[in-house]
Design a binder for this molecule. Structure first.
Ligand code: ADE
Ligand code: ZN
Length: 337
């Protein structure tokens, strides 16, 4: 790739819309927090833990990801984790980020919902003050748990309603179709929350359709398998439903064998509103700029695609119109438009 394109990718203003905050926990921080909280890990060293990051599919990753999150106990832990991610995102010229968090991973271990959300929220407030980096939270329900448990989590979340803007659905996709959560999503819709769901990552295109029809989601997280269904692809393009694509994640979790096999260009050519995101950067070998660089190195992508995806990242965000316009103007100015 030429130096000018590389500079463009690194420096262009961008939003990140698909990032699990627990997936930003670097092995060094996992070990530091384990020591601080006297939590026992099944790995002897940072190196041994990193060596375990050879995944064969989504589930083999999730098992390690939930083990890593077990070191998070205090509000300061959640602050420190979020702060570290926001610092990295700021270095990547991320101007706005919509973060997923998995409360059930923590409340199941006896950590209070407020401890989780207050720690993350405090780091978001500091980033806004210090770096003008705006952020918002999307609470995910774990789809391997029951809908009843999702309802109980929603109940716990309501006192903190002002601290998150929407809900999502993550964890093991296969065997846990969107319809399992139709009632809780309907309740969230009545509450005025934004709705998103992971679909079509490992699961079939049908899960994308049911996420749209039954959960009434506004964005699809991943969605890369939509191309197996021409009618669905046409619908996503026509309705301008954004896909929050995570290329390095897809390669690490074996959705595609290698970067050059990723369908990013085909998604763009199909007219889809594609955004590039890091998913779980500490586990998948890179933050958002690494995702851009590796995709642009492996695939026939150029400056026009960079502009398009920077633009999409803000237009697909849940920012209000005025803020969106401000960021989109910034993108246009960066690209000299
Ligand atoms: N939780 C964290 N990362 C995830 C992913 N890529 N898919 C499903 N659940 C997740
Ligand atoms: Zn994800």
């Amino acid at each position: 790739m030429d130096a000018a394109l590389r500079d463009t990718l690194l420096n262009m203003p961008k939003a990140e819309l698909h990032m699990h905050i627990e997936g930003s926990l670097e092995p060094e921080l996992i070990f530091a927090l384990a020591e601080r909280n006297r939590v026992r890990l099944n790995y002897a060293s940072v190196e041994e833990l990193r060596t375990a990051y050879a995944f064969k599919d989504l589930q083999s990753f999730l098992d390690i990801y939930y083990a890593g999150a077990s070191v998070l106990l205090t509000e300061q832990d959640f602050y420190d984790m979020t702060r570290a991610y926001l610092q990295r995102a700021h270095e990547d010229n991320v101007r706005h980020t919509e973060l997923f968090f998995d409360p059930q991973t923590h409340t199941e271990r006896g950590v209070d919902f407020g401890t989780v959300v207050n720690g993350i929220d405090r780091a978001l407030q500091d980033a806004r003050k210090e770096w003008s980096l705006s952020g918002a939270l999307i609470m995910c329900f774990l789809r391997h748990l029951s809908e009843e448990e999702a309802f109980a989590t929603l109940e716990q979340a309501l006192p903190y309603r002002d601290k998150f803007i929407g809900v999502g659905l993550d964890s093991s996709e296969r065997g846990h179709p969107p319809e399992k959560f139709a009632r809780v999503f309907e309740r969230c819709r009545e509450l005025g929350l934004h709705l998103v769901a992971h679909a079509g990552e490992e699961g079939p295109p049908e899960y994308i359709r049911t996420a749209l029809d039954l959960l009434k989601v506004e964005r699809i997280d991943h969605g890369v398998r939509c191309l197996e269904d021409a009618e669905l692809t046409a619908r996503l393009a026509r309705d301008r439903v954004p896909l929050t694509v995570c290329p390095l994640s897809n390669v690490k979790l074996r959705v595609f064998d290698k970067a050059a096999d990723h369908n990013l260009v085909r998604l763009l050519d199909a007219g889809l509103v594609v955004t590039v995101n890091s998913d779980d950067p500490a586990y998948f070998g890179g933050y958002v700029n690494d995702n851009f660089i590796q995709m642009f190195e492996a695939l026939p992508l150029g400056r026009e695609h960079a502009y398009q995806m920077a633009h999409n990242s803000f237009s697909a965000s849940f920012l209000g119109d005025a803020e969106k316009r401000k960021y989109l103007d910034e993108v246009d100015a960066f690209f000299g438009r």
